[in-house]
Ligand binder design. Structure first.
Ligand code: AMP
Length: 196
């Protein structure tokens, strides 16, 4: 079976997190991407979970493209990537990361990670792209976010179909398989009507 995901965008923390489990998850995912020949597209930093993920893909012979804005390039850029694209702003970077990739996922991270993956989901909801989106729920890290999204559905600010855009697994291989099988949501967002 030929795979539709050849380049995957991974959003993740520029910090390491509190437990070894987060850096270990970056290593597990990095090895899997290298083994499956999937190019990593990420924010281009050499620090935290981001740095560990890129290092692991490279160590196992995989391809890594970093996309980083000028102001971060001077401070935190990874110096050994297959390719680094330096762009003007964070907004250009985020649009380019989605444009350049076949799917977008998040590992654990902080505010930057949250807004990036939620933007990717929002843009599929608006049909600005049709690429699969996923969460690698390492150590139950995203349980509160998932409950929060369920609550948005209960409170009728979100359609269940749009909640379903986000594929979730704690296992990287299973998550990649879910993304491979995933079809973009058919139901358009309706504006200003209380029928969600
Ligand atoms: P955070 O989750 O807040 O650590 O932010 C990580 C995400 O935001 C990454 O996916 C990056 O694209 C972006 N980001 C935030 N801080 C940095 C940084 N110091 N270096 C590079 N990218 C960063």
């Amino acid at each position: 079976m030929s795979s539709k995901i050849k380049k995957i965008c991974v959003y993740c923390g520029s910090n390491e997190g509190s437990g070894k489990v987060y850096m270990a998850a970056a290593e597990q995912l990095g090895l899997l991407l290298a083994e499956r020949g999937i190019e990593l597209v990420y924010g281009g930093a050499g620090v935290g979970v981001m740095g560990k993920l890129a290092d692991t893909v490279l160590k196992h012979g995989g391809q890594v493209t970093g996309i980083i804005p000028e102001h971060l390039h001077k401070k935190v850029a990874h110096s050994g990537l297959t390719e680094i694209k330096v762009v003007d702003t964070m907004h250009t970077r985020k649009a380019m990361m989605i444009d350049y990739s076949d799917a977008m996922i998040a590992l654990p991270g902080g505010l930057g990670t949250f807004e990036e993956i939620l933007e990717a989901v929002t843009w599929q909801q608006l049909r600005l792209h049709t690429k699969p989106c996923g969460l690698l729920n390492v150590n139950g890290y995203y349980e509160y976010l998932l409950k929060f999204l369920d609550n948005a559905v209960s409170e009728r600010f979100m359609k269940p179909e749009h909640r379903g855009i986000l594929q979730v697994s704690s296992n990287p291989a299973e998550l990649l398989d879910l993304l491979e099988e995933n079809e973009p949501v058919e139901i358009p967002k309706l504006y200003g009507r209380n029928d969600v």
